[in-house]
Design a binder for this molecule. Structure first.
Ligand SMILES: [Fe+2]
Ligand SMILES: [Fe+2]
Length: 119
């Protein structure tokens, strides 16, 4: 399912998942995706984004474990798939930017929202 991409591309309250630390990390992810857009290379900017993504996923997964969330395993699979796809990028053009922008929005709205009120 595709959710609308905000324009300008930035965090707003509709993305709130009820956890301040996670909201801050999501906000930062929007910023790092914009930084990649401004410097579309597979170098440092992409690496900075992916390092932050991996750290963010671990933060969520640690919280799932802490709260013994029943949908944790399925959610982690979605995280792992994205990291795998993103690590495979060999160029950053319009299609790749669109994929990354849409993925973050869809993941927060379609998947992360499921743990709202749980973690
Ligand atoms: Fe997230
Ligand atoms: Fe997630």
């Amino acid at each position: 399912m595709s959710f609308p991409i905000p324009s300008p591309y930035q965090y707003d309250d509709s993305f709130c998942v009820g956890n301040a630390e996670i909201n801050e990390q999501h906000k930062k992810l929007f910023e790092l995706i914009n930084a990649l857009d401004a410097n579309r290379t597979c170098g440092t900017t992409l690496k900075t984004l992916l390092d932050y993504v991996v750290m963010h996923f671990k933060t969520e997964e640690d919280l799932f474990a802490k709260h013994a969330w029943s949908e944790s395993a399925a959610h982690k699979e979605i995280h792992d798939k994205f990291v795998q796809d993103a690590l495979g990028l060999t160029s950053v053009g319009d299609a790749e930017m669109q994929f990354i922008r849409q993925w973050l929005v869809d993941h927060i709205m379609g998947s992360d929202m499921k743990y709202k009120g749980v973690i």
